[in-house]
Ligand binder design. Sequence first.
Ligand code: TXA
Ligand code: MG
Length: 343
Amino acid sequence: MITTEILKVNRDAPEHGIMDRAAAVIRAGRLVAFPTETVYGLGADAMNGEAVLAIFRAKERPADNPLIVHVSDNEMLELLVNDIPEEALRLIDRFWPGPLTLVFSRRPGMADCVSRGLSTIAVRMPASPIALDLIRRAKTPIAAPSANLSGRPSPTRAQDVFADLNGRIGLILDGGPTTVGIESTVLDLTGPPVILRPGLVTRSQLEDVIGPIVPEARAEELRRSPGTRHRHYSPKAHVVLVLDGAKDDLRSITAGFLDRGKVGFIGFSDLGLPADLIKQILLQNDVESYARSLYSAFRDLDEAGVAVIVVQVAALGDGASDAIIDRLSRAASETIIRGGTSL
Ligand code: TXA
Ligand code: MG
């Protein structure tokens, strides 16, 4: 068992000494967990096959699920890919650094280990100064999946990484809570453009830049993302989504689960139920704040030992709500629909 060290880092002005140490760990072929703007990543030198395999072991990640490579400039990208299509250049110009991952055709022999046998490679330039600084100092692209144990919600705080990976990795950089809170949008550009994973960069924002993307209904047959096959993002508790429930519905549904044990509620207003039996986490009813708090809410409720988590789902009224609905439906075991309006 390895001792896991947590170092606090200033998120806007990362301390040079700490960042040099972290970069040396990457260069030595070992792992560093670090904050990006979306979620914490578990990083290794993308050009070192042994180091990349250590990520799979630490996370217990299925061997067929490829990793995203993080770069700090376009030269690093050019190193990894065969060519950069025109649409990619326009998207990079508009959205990088930021929460958009692009899938390219991979340059043969480059970063073989990250792609798990695919001829493609997923790349993103993160916006977090800590992530960018780490890549620049390590002078190598950094492969990094979310820094959770496989199957658990992605970590948005250093303590979440520690809870999952303590004893399995040597270093966690603690840059405070991440600002976006859910994983990047993944867009495959190796054929007709397909969204492999929705995120806060929305379909319509992407279409404004590159024109039509394969519609959701036709996308399934084209999906080449092994990761979307695996169950994902789930807390330990049984998760129940309640669509469009009025407060009375939510109250009776939540109280109805009390025979299973303590119940958690994630929603927008206080249900007025006894706090010793029902642990509530109240979120603001807009996409950005919802995304920022969702995974930490799941983890805090698991930590509190609830048997069931009831989640109030409302029309968040934005293209980005696709991403929230995607994550919620992967976490949920049950959905209850109340009320007339649809999402
Ligand atoms: O926001 C994020 O994207 C975070 C931070 C750390 O950057 N990373 C992240 O990585 O969420 P991960 O490994 O948890 O999810 C990566 C997703 C998976 O669904 C994987 O299957 C897909 O990207 N992916 C990676 N390489 C791919 C490729 N060559 N083709 C298709 N899908 C790929
Ligand atoms: Mg992940």
